[in-house]
Design a protein around this ligand. Structure first.
Ligand code: ARG
Length: 550
């Protein structure tokens, strides 16, 4: 007896079950679609959905954010001359590239979600991985996202309400920034595809903006024609290197500012486990995105120098808007402000996508309450309930609808929602309390400590496990260069920013106390259980590691 239209409907699509990855017996062949699996929290790493293009837009999308449109002033002020600034941009770019290439090797050898968390755990022991996770989840990720959100708000307010409002009302900027954060978080909770698709779109916008700036700069320099009179010719009068600083600390500060603009090159490493083909795609992503970004940044800086007077570049925190104003007048500043806020929005999207997954990995590891390591809306997840109904043949809803709704590739809410929400909440806190300056320095010191450790780990791993399969191997000089320069940067920070450095150290000490006093001890007990079953230490480590990672 047909009791409702819904009961009848599944028969309209008799092929849908096999076509969507189910076996003839009705059991899902794709583990991600297995409802019992999803009920256990599922695993994002079993859903291999990311491609080369997604990787590219995750990296480019985060790297090109606020930095190239606003840090040039800081670089310039400290380097002292246009030539020296360009040099700083080149060095920062190459440093980012060496770091990213090293991470590509690590990601190929250890193709799991979590980035430095898994590399440090494997190489130095789990305490190191925990320390990274602790810092990244609590400070690094939400802190940097907060900076981007604030700058997003500032530029949007600038575009629509005017420069005065943006400068005088920090709260308006922050409010708009928060709104952006909420939208981005929603997008990324709804579906993975939505998150990556918007990342792809914003990548194009960013390239358009930077190439536009470059072309305009060249045209203005060549024709001498712009809204506010002829272009800058300081560089003709003074030469490119006049006024270059001789103070090592100034170089270091300039380099930090440049590095902020290049930061985010580790973004794909957080989601390596979700790539269809990480071994091949990871190095490809790195070796296309970084040269492209470096080239764009150098060209954009050249354009700034060709068009704007040096004093203006040094004094303005919104170089790009000044550039637009110089060339096209008020309309120009409006358009540039819109582009910059769009670029920041894209960066916020790219960082939210991966931060959610980092928190999720931490939840699965047992570093955070279990709920943060689940996909979807937990046990009451609608899609999962639908699947269960379907499996029991009690579904009143067309199968095709269920397959579509709960398809992990395109489906809705198959995302680490709890983790995304935690990340957004922490980011909101930093948006409220943080100021750009304090956040950036803290970020630089803590962030580079871990980059340094992970890349050092690459060298250690080559010595310790020469036989380990490495689908991609960089030249050994790459990690060595990275380690030397980041060590220099970190040592300068100790002198230049003693208070901030102390804060970072204190924060890490707290992390270690949490590990050795609590989380790690619980973990030790778990491991003991394996040992009692007579496994060797070596095996216990690996088994344990694999169990927790899969
Ligand atoms: N490079 C970016 C910018 O210029 C900042 C990236 C921040 N890093 C991060 N992991 N969220 O805005």
């Amino acid at each position: 007896s047909v009791s409702s239209a819904f009961d009848f409907a599944p028969n309209l699509f008799p092929l849908s079950s096999t076509a969507q990855g189910y076996t003839a017996l009705g059991a899902p062949s794709n583990p991600a679609l297995d409802p019992s699996n999803a009920l256990n929290g599922g695993s994002l790493e079993k859903i291999k959905s990311l491609t080369y293009l997604n990787g590219l837009s995750l990296v480019v999308g985060l790297i090109i954010g606020s930095g190239i449109f606003s840090s040039p002033s800081q670089v310039n002020r400290n380097a002292g001359s246009p030539g020296a600034s360009l040099l700083v941009w080149v060095v920062a770019g190459i440093l980012a590239w060496t770091g990213a290439a090293s991470y590509a090797e690590l990601g190929g050898a250890i193709p799991l979600n979590g980035g430095a968390q898994v590399y440090l755990s494997k190489i130095f022991g789990e305490w190191a991985g925990f320390l990274f996770t602790w810092s990244a989840v609590v400070v690094l990720k939400p802190g940097s996202a907060a900076i981007i959100a604030i700058i997003f708000g500032e530029y949007l307010v600038r575009a629509f309400v005017g420069t005065e409002a943006a400068n005088s009302s920090a709260w308006l900027d922050k409010g708009v920034g928060l709104a952006g954060l909420v939208i981005v978080t929603l997008l990324n909770c709804i579906s993975t595809k939505l998150g990556t698709r918007s990342a792809d779109m914003f990548m194009i916008l960013k390239f358009v903006a930077l190439i536009g700036v470059t072309v305009i700069g060249i045209v203005v320099a060549a024709t001498g024609f712009s809204y506010n009179g002829p272009a800058n010719d300081d560089w003709k009068k003074k030469g490119w290197f006049e006024g270059t600083t001789t103070d090592v600390s100034n170089w270091a500060v300039a380099l930090y500012a440049g590095l902020w603009a290049f930061d985010g090159w580790d973004n794909v490493n957080y989601v390596t486990g979700e790539f269809k083909n990480p071994q091949k795609d990871l190095p490809r992503v790195i070796h296309t995105s970084l040269p492209l970004v470096i080239l764009c940044y150098i060209m954009a800086n050249l354009a700034y120098f060709l068009v704007l007077p040096t004093e203006l570049i040094e004094s303005s925190n919104t170089v790009a808007v000044a550039f637009g104003h110089q060339v096209f007048g008020p309309i120009g500043s409006l358009i540039l402000a819109l582009f910059v806020s769009g670029s920041c929005f894209g960066a916020l999207n790219a960082t939210t996508f991966t931060s959610g997954r980092l928190v999720y990995a931490a939840g699965k590891e047992g570093y955070l309450p279990e709920i943060f390591g689940t996909i979807g809306l937990g046990k009451s997840h609608r899609a999962i309930r639908l699947h269960n109904l379907n499996a029991n043949n009690k579904s009143r809803i067309p199968k095709r609808f269920i397959d579509w709704f709960a398809d992990p590739d395109a489906g809705f809410f198959f995302t680490p929602i709890a983790a995304m929400v935690l990340n957004a909440a922490l980011t909101a806190v930093y948006v409220f309390i943080g100021s750009f300056e304090t956040l950036v320095t803290f970020y630089g010191v803590a962030g580079y400590t871990f980059y340094f450790l992970a890349v050092l780990g690459l060298i250690v791993l080559r010595v310790k496990e020469p036989e380990l399969e490495r689908p991609y191997k960089t030249w050994i000089t790459t990690p060595i260069i990275f380690c030397c320069v980041s060590l220099f940067l970190l040592s300068r920070a100790v002198f230049a920013e003693p208070v901030q450095t102390l804060l970072v150290v204190a924060f890490m000490v707290v992390g270690l106390v949490i590990w050795f006093g609590w989380v790690g001890r619980r973990r030790g007990k778990e491991q003991g259980r394996f040992r009692r079953h007579g496994e060797s230490d070596e095996k216990v480590g690996w088994k344990f590691w694999k169990r927790w990672r899969s």
